[in-house]
Design a protein. Structure first.
Length: 304
């Protein structure tokens, strides 16, 4: 009888319908909104054809939408005419200079302003520094771009284990961060390096990242299951997954297609958050799918 009631979409028995709560801070950040806006404006006003150098943002669904609209994603800057959009994560400095020398190529710089800020910090301290530590992921495009601003003096440290390999030195070690790192990891790495050298730190973690991480952590502590929505190639989304996993059962999904109905069995509270590159329309599809599968009641987390 219960199955039949639910199937028809009538009111399910009280206690069987889970509650869905969305994190207060989730989805597109300022830098990503800006990049998408610049991309859409380039399609309307830019010199055709329009290209993007690497995925504009780390979300396959949104990149796919922009590609259908007419933006071709390039793995390398092999073009010399048209419009070329630079990704939110930035590109290496020497490559940027080379592109500017192509007179028939219009460059649209969609680098996130917070990433640009981190680049400028490194560029400013590089002349007097002996060692610059970047706390971040070695293979992430943002970090690779940051390294290029350090005049060959940058060393990428991903975690405490890597930091413990730094030898004692009399030199001052300058420390900056990938913009999407967790404050906890940054602080732990700094504390380890302080044991072997004098340090000067520059916390270049963007506020939007901090707000999303804090909101996700708080919500995860109150629910039975968390869904973290975002690209598998998104560093900030992976960190949201790591944070939530420490609080409750968590699944990292890219879209509604990844959802398994079995996840919600006997679950009373479901939480949803999303990476800074995840568009509202993808989050909405996830919300609808969860509601369909579990007949859930959806609310918005109202934090003060």
């Amino acid at each position: 009888m219960k199955k039949e009631i639910c199937k028809k979409g009538h009111n399910a028995p009280q206690g069987l319908i889970p509650k869905i709560t969305e994190a207060k801070n989730a989805g597109f950040c300022f830098g990503v909104k800006r990049a998408v806006r610049l991309a859409e404006e380039s399609l309307k006003k830019g010199v055709a054809p329009v290209y993007a150098l690497g995925p504009i943002i780390h979300n396959p669904q949104e990149v796919g939408r922009l590609e259908k609209a007419g933006i071709k994603t390039l793995k390398s800057p092999s073009v010399s005419k048209g419009t070329l959009i630079l990704r939110t994560h930035g590109i290496p400095l020497c490559l940027h200079y080379k592109l500017l020398k192509k007179p028939e190529l219009k460059i649209v710089d969609a680098t996130c302003p917070f990433v640009t800020r981190a680049q400028n910090v490194i560029k400013k301290i590089a002349p007097q520094a002996e060692v610059i530590v970047i706390v971040g992921e070695k293979e992430h495009p943002e970090v690779k771009a940051l390294v290029s601003y350090g005049m060959g003096k940058c060393k990428v440290i991903e975690n405490v284990a890597s930091a413990q390999k730094i030898k004692k030195t009399k030199d001052i070690i300058y420390i900056v961060s990938q913009t999407t790192q967790t404050p906890e990891n940054f602080k732990k790495v700094v504390n380890v390096i302080k044991k072997v050298a004098k340090v000067k730190t520059y916390n270049t973690i963007c506020r939007a990242t901090f707000d999303r991480q804090s909101a996700a952590q708080r919500l995860a502590g109150t629910v039975d299951i968390m869904l973290v929505v975002g690209g598998k190639n998104s560093g900030n989304t992976r960190r949201l997954y790591e944070i939530c996993s420490g609080k409750t059962k968590t699944y990292h999904i890219e879209s509604a297609k990844d959802i398994n109905a079995k996840w919600f069995k006997n679950k009373k509270n479901v939480g949803i958050t999303a990476g800074a590159s995840t568009p509202d329309w993808v989050i909405a599809e996830v919300r609808r799918r969860v509601k369909e599968l579990s007949l859930a009641v959806v609310t918005k987390n109202k934090e003060k």
